[in-house]
Design a protein around this ligand. Structure first.
Ligand code: ZN
Length: 217
């Protein structure tokens, strides 16, 4: 019975690489967490954030991650005190990776954590790095690229506008909690705002900024 259960759990995961069309438009959302990697003071040296894959003895080479990322398959933008950042893909050395990081309202320098799994086997990443919830999210936001002739694009390339029209719903506005937030908060790293709240911040920027200064003092 136990064997049957574990088999059915595994069967729900596919080992065919799935990708998000237009993932490059989300790359900049990784700038903040990736930018903290290597910071010894914050505790995010590469060796601090590496996580081992139980079935693999030796850790696969992560190179100078994240500089050596050849391709992202999927990115889930995060925000302070909200969703974790997640990303997976392949490195220039051919190894696959899965990264996840999260922090409190203030940022990674205050309360935060991040994890990096690297393997030469995509199946190991899927089975041992991604939690059930991580995999479900990855699966729901990606597709298996159709097989095409060399040099052809597997998908029609999306403009950034088209991409956001499809991806609306990935993020919630930090102010009003509505889905579809895609504006960067003017003062706080990696927090997103909907169009309306973003406008509001700009209209009212002086007093807002002062309030935040007082609140953070
Ligand atoms: Zn809003």
């Amino acid at each position: 019975m136990g064997t049957l259960l574990s088999q059915s759990n595994k069967m729900s995961r596919s080992y065919t690489i799935r990708k998000m069309n237009g993932v490059e438009y989300l790359r900049r959302s990784m700038a903040y967490p990736y930018g903290c990697i290597g910071d010894e003071w914050m505790g995010y040296r590469l060796e601090d954030i590496r996580r081992s894959i139980p079935v693999e003895g030796e850790q696969a080479d992560a190179g100078d991650f994240p500089k050596n990322i050849q391709e992202h398959f999927w990115i889930r933008p995060g925000e302070n005190d909200g969703d974790s950042w997640m990303a997976c893909g392949v490195l220039t050395n051919g190894n696959y990776f899965f990264y996840t990081g999260g922090c409190d309202y203030t940022g990674f320098d205050c309360q935060g954590g991040m994890s990096l799994w690297v393997s030469n086997s995509w199946q190991s990443i899927v089975d041992h790095a991604m939690s059930r919830g991580d995999y479900a999210l990855y699966e729901s936001q990606t597709a298996v690229p159709p097989v095409v002739a060399a040099g052809e694009e597997p998908w029609p390339s999306l403009t950034e506008q088209e991409f956001w029209a499809i991806q609306r719903g990935l993020r919630r506005c930090h102010e009003c909690d509505q889905l579809g937030a895609e504006n960067h908060h003017p003062y706080l790293n990696s927090i997103s705002l909907c169009d309306r709240c973003f406008e509001g911040y700009h209209a009212d920027r002086g007093s807002r900024w002062e309030e935040e200064e007082v609140a953070n003092a």
